[in-house]
Design a protein around this ligand. Structure first.
Ligand SMILES: *[C@@H]1O[C@H](CO)[C@@H](O)[C@H](O)[C@H]1NC(C)=O
Ligand SMILES: *[C@@H]1O[C@H](CO)[C@@H](O)[C@H](O)[C@H]1NC(C)=O
Ligand SMILES: *[C@@H]1O[C@H](CO)[C@@H](O)[C@H](O)[C@H]1NC(C)=O
Ligand SMILES: *[C@@H]1O[C@H](CO)[C@@H](O)[C@H](O)[C@H]1NC(C)=O
Ligand SMILES: *[C@@H]1O[C@H](CO)[C@@H](O)[C@H](O)[C@H]1NC(C)=O
Ligand SMILES: *[C@@H]1O[C@H](CO)[C@@H](O)[C@H](O)[C@H]1NC(C)=O
Length: 606
C-alpha cells in the first residue's frame, strides 16, 4: 500500500470519526454533508441570464482591524449656526492655546481664496463660542500650545438653514437624491448592510439587472449624469443632470468624501464642473486634503481631519442640507468612496450610518416627496476578493435600488408598474439618465404618455433600440449586452465556462492580448515591452446558438512587473480585442513615468 493511500485512509477515518461523533443523529444519505449555496436569479430573460451566489468568496482581511480604527486626533471644536450667525464652539481645553483661522468664502464654497485671517486664544477649561461671520463659510483653524506645537488643525464649514420660508410651489415636483457608495455589488450589500436591508424591507425596488458599462466610477457615472460615455462626454456640451433640474426650479447639491473630484476632465483645461451645483462640497474637502488631512490606515486610503473621517464630513453636509431640501424640490448627488473602495470589511462600518441617515430623511418628511437611489458603480475592484471567479462576477453587478413615495403609484400607475417590472431587466447607467430626465417633467409619466412612448419603443427594430431607455417604460425582454451598449468585458449575461489554461487557442489569444498591450504602450518609449509569463484564467463565453463567434475572457500575467491583465478576445476569422484591458492587481509605483491614466495601468517603466 502506498503512503499516499494510507494517508488518505487515515484522513478518511478521522473524518468519519469526527463526522459521526459531532452529528450523531444526522442521516448522511438524506442530507448532503456540504450545503451548496443556492444561486439567486437576478435576470432570466431571452436576452440575458444573470445569477449570483449568496455566500461570499474567500478573501483575506486587511491586515489591520479596519472596522475598529478611529481618527487619532482630538476634535476640539465644532461649527454651529445660531440665529443666522456662525460660531466655532470649543470643547473644554486641557491647556492654553493660541489659534489662527482663515475664512475662505463668505457666500458660497466655490472659491478657496482667503478672505479673512483672524486670531483667538483659548484658556484651559471652558471657553466662550467664537463668532466667525454669517452665511455659507469655510473656516480653517490651527491652534498651537505655549511651546508652539500644533495641537489642532481642522477645516469647518457653515451651511445655515434657509432664512425665509418659501411658499410651496403649486406645480408638483419630485425631488431626487442619489446616495452613492463606491464598489458595492448587490451581494456585497446584502452581506454587509443587514440593518439597512431590514430598514428598507418592502419599501424599495431593487434593480437586480443593473450593469456597469465602464471600468471605474467616472466611466459609470458619466453616462448617468450626462447621458454620454466618459470618452464622448469630453467633447459634449450637453447639460448635466443638475443643470436640467436647476432649469426646472430645483435646488442642487453635490458632495463627495474625497478631494479628488470624480469629474475633473482628463483635459485639465476643461475643469468640471463649469457650473457647479448651488451647494458644492469639494472646496471643503480640498482644503482638508491640502492642510489638515492625515491617514487612518497603513495603506493611506482613509483620511481624517482632526477627529472626523472624511466620510463623516460628507454626511454632515447632507444633514445640513435637510432644512433646504424640506423647502423646495431638490436634486442632490452624494458619493462615498473612502475605505469601501479598498477593503472588503469596510462596508459593514457604513451599515448603521446609512440606516440612521435614511431614518433622519424619513423623519424630516423628505422621503415622501423624493425618489432616492442608493447605488454603486461596480463591485470591489481592489484586493484579493476580486481575484476569485465570484469576485470577478460581482464586479459587474453594482447595487441599484430606489425608494419612492406611494403617491407616485397612485398618480402614475403604468409608469410605476413598468418601473417595478424592470427590477429584473438588464439596466444601465444610460437608462438611469433617461429616467431622471423624465422626472424633470412628470407629465411624461401620465398613462397616455407612457402608452404613446411604449408604442414608439416597440416600433424600433432590436438593432435600433435606443442606448438609454427610461425605467418608466417596459425594457424589452430581448435586450442583450450588445443592444444595451455594455462592453463584453463587463457583461455577465453570458455563461462563462472555464477552459484549460494550456489549450492552444487560449495561448494564442493570450499572446494576442499581450501584443495588444505592447501596441498601446509603444508610443511611450519609457514603457517596457511585456512578455507573457502565464495564463492565470480563461473562460469561454457563450453567445448562444445564433452566433458563429466565440469570445474568451482571459487573465494573463506579464513580465517584467508581474502585472495581471484581463480582457476579452473575440475569435472569428481573426482575433479581435472586444474590451478595454483591465489591470487587476495593483500597479502603484510601476507606472510613475506616464500620466495618461489609460496607459498608466498598462505601463511598466523601464
Ligand atoms: C428562466 O425562465 C424560463 C422561462 O420563463 C424558465 O423555464 C426557466 O426555468 C427559468 N430559469 C431559471 C433558472 O429559473
Ligand atoms: C505642547 O504640546 C506638545 C505636544 O503635545 C507637548 O509635548 C508639550 O508639552 C506642550 N506644551 C505645553 C506648554 O503644554
Ligand atoms: C512661538 O512662536 C512665536 C511666534 O512665532 C515666538 O514669538 C515664540 O518665541 C515661540 N515660542 C517658543 C517657545 O518657541
Ligand atoms: C415655481 O416654479 C417655477 C418654475 O420652476 C418658478 O419659476 C417659480 O419661481 C416657483 N415659485 C416659487 C414660489 O417657488
Ligand atoms: C409627508 O408625510 C407627513 C407625515 O407622514 C405629512 O405630514 C406631510 O404632509 C407629507 N408630505 C408630503 C409632501 O406628502
Ligand atoms: C407596450 O406595447 C406592447 C406592444 O404594443 C404591448 O404588448 C405591451 O403590453 C405594452 N406595455 C405596456 C406596459 O404598456
Amino acid at each position: 500500500m502506498s503512503t499516499s493511500m494510507r494517508l488518505l485512509m487515515l484522513l478518511t477515518g478521522i473524518f468519519f470519526l469526527l463526522y459521526f461523533s459531532l452529528e450523531p443523529y444526522m442521516d448522511m444519505f438524506e442530507r448532503p454533508a456540504i450545503a451548496i449555496p443556492e444561486d439567486i436569479i437576478f435576470v432570466n430573460n431571452s436576452g440575458c441570464f444573470l445569477s449570483a451566489r449568496q455566500s461570499p468568496a474567500r478573501y483575506s482581511p486587511a491586515g489591520e482591524p479596519i472596522n475598529l480604527l478611529r481618527c487619532r486626533k482630538p476634535q476640539l471644536m465644532s461649527a454651529r449656526t445660531r440665529k443666522g450667525a456662525n460660531f466655532l464652539v470649543p470643547k473644554a481645553m486641557l491647556e492654553n492655546l493660541q489659534c489662527t483661522y482663515w475664512v475662505l468664502a463668505a457666500k458660497d464654497f466655490q472659491s478657496n481664496k482667503v478672505l479673512l485671517e483672524g486670531h483667538f486664544s483659548l484658556k484651559r477649561g471652558a471657553n466662550a463660542d467664537i463668532p466667525i461671520g454669517e452665511g455659507q463659510q469655510i473656516v480653517r483653524v490651527k491652534c498651537k500650545n505655549q511651546t508652539n506645537d500644533t495641537i489642532y488643525h481642522d477645516v469647518h464649514f457653515f451651511l445655515p438653514p434657509p432664512l425665509r420660508k418659501l411658499k410651496p410651489n403649486e406645480t408638483e415636483k419630485l425631488s431626487v437624491m442619489v446616495l452613492g457608495i463606491d464598489s458595492i455589488s448587490q451581494m456585497h450589500f446584502v452581506r454587509s448592510f443587514p440593518q439597512l436591508n431590514g430598514f428598507l424591507e418592502n419599501v424599495h425596488t431593487k434593480f437586480f439587472g443593473y450593469s456597469r458599462v465602464g471600468q471605474d466610477a467616472r466611466a459609470n457615472l458619466m453616462p448617468f449624469l450626462s447621458g454620454f460615455s466618459s470618452d464622448e462626454a469630453e467633447s459634449q456640451t450637453e447639460a448635466w443632470l443638475w443643470e436640467r433640474f436647476r432649469a426646472q426650479g430645483y435646488g442642487t447639491a453635490y458632495g463627495e468624501d474625497s478631494a479628488e473630484v470624480l469629474f475633473t476632465t482628463r483635459n485639465e483645461k476643461k475643469q468640471f464642473p463649469s457650473e457647479p451645483t448651488e451647494f458644492y462640497l469639494p472646496p471643503v474637502l480640498l482644503e482638508m486634503h491640502s492642510h489638515s488631512r492625515y491617514s487612518l490606515d497603513l495603506r493611506e486610503m482613509i483620511y481624517c481631519t482632526a477627529g472626523r473621517q472624511f466620510q463623516e464630513v460628507l454626511r454632515d453636509f447632507i444633514a445640513k442640507l435637510v432644512p433646504h431640501m424640506r423647502q423646495r424640490p431638490f436634486f442632490s448627488f452624494f458619493w462615498e468612496s473612502q475605505g469601501v473602495q479598498e477593503y472588503y470589511e469596510f462596508a459593514t462600518q457604513l451599515d448603521q450610518p446609512y440606516m440612521m441617515l435614511l431614518k433622519s430623511l424619513q423623519e424630516a418628511d423628505i422621503l415622501n416627496n423624493t425618489i432616492l437611489f442608493l447605488m454603486s458603480d461596480h463591485g470591489l475592484r481592489a484586493g484579493d476578493y476580486r481575484s476569485s471567479f465570484q469576485g470577478m462576477e460581482e464586479e459587474s453587478q453594482p447595487l441599484l435600488l430606489a425608494i419612492y413615495p406611494d403617491w407616485l403609484k397612485v398618480k402614475y400607475p403604468q409608469a410605476m408598474e413598468n418601473f417595478e417590472r424592470n427590477s429584473h431587466s438588464l439596466v444601465t447607467p444610460y437608462d438611469l439618465h433617461q429616467t431622471l430626465r423624465d422626472i424633470t417633467c412628470l407629465d411624461q409619466l401620465q398613462n397616455s404618455q407612457i402608452e404613446q412612448r411604449n408604442k414608439t419603443l416597440q416600433s424600433h427594430l432590436p438593432e435600433n433600440l435606443p442606448r438609454g431607455i427610461s425605467l418608466f417604460l417596459p425594457i424589452p425582454e430581448y435586450r442583450t449586452c450588445e443592444l444595451a451598449h455594455i462592453p463584453s468585458l463587463f457583461c455577465f449575461c453570458r455563461k462563462h465556462t472555464e477552459i484549460p489554461l494550456d489549450d492552444g487557442l487560449v495561448l494564442r489569444c493570450s499572446r494576442f492580448l499581450v501584443k495588444s498591450i505592447n501596441q498601446l504602450t509603444k508610443p511611450h518609449s519609457q514603457c517596457a515591452e511585456l512578455k507573457l509569463h502565464s495564463v492565470v484564467m480563461a473562460y469561454f463565453m457563450d453567445f448562444g446558438e445564433e452566433s458563429f463567434d466565440h469570445e474568451l475572457r482571459l487573465r494573463v500575467m506579464t513580465l517584467p512587473g508581474h502585472g495581471e491583465f484581463e480582457a476579452t478576445v473575440r475569435v472569428s476569422d481573426a482575433l479581435k480585442l472586444t474590451s478595454s484591458i483591465s489591470r487587476v492587481n495593483p500597479y502603484q509605483a510601476q507606472s510613475h513615468c506616464v500620466s495618461d491614466p489609460r496607459i498608466k495601468v498598462l505601463c511598466f517603466c523601464t
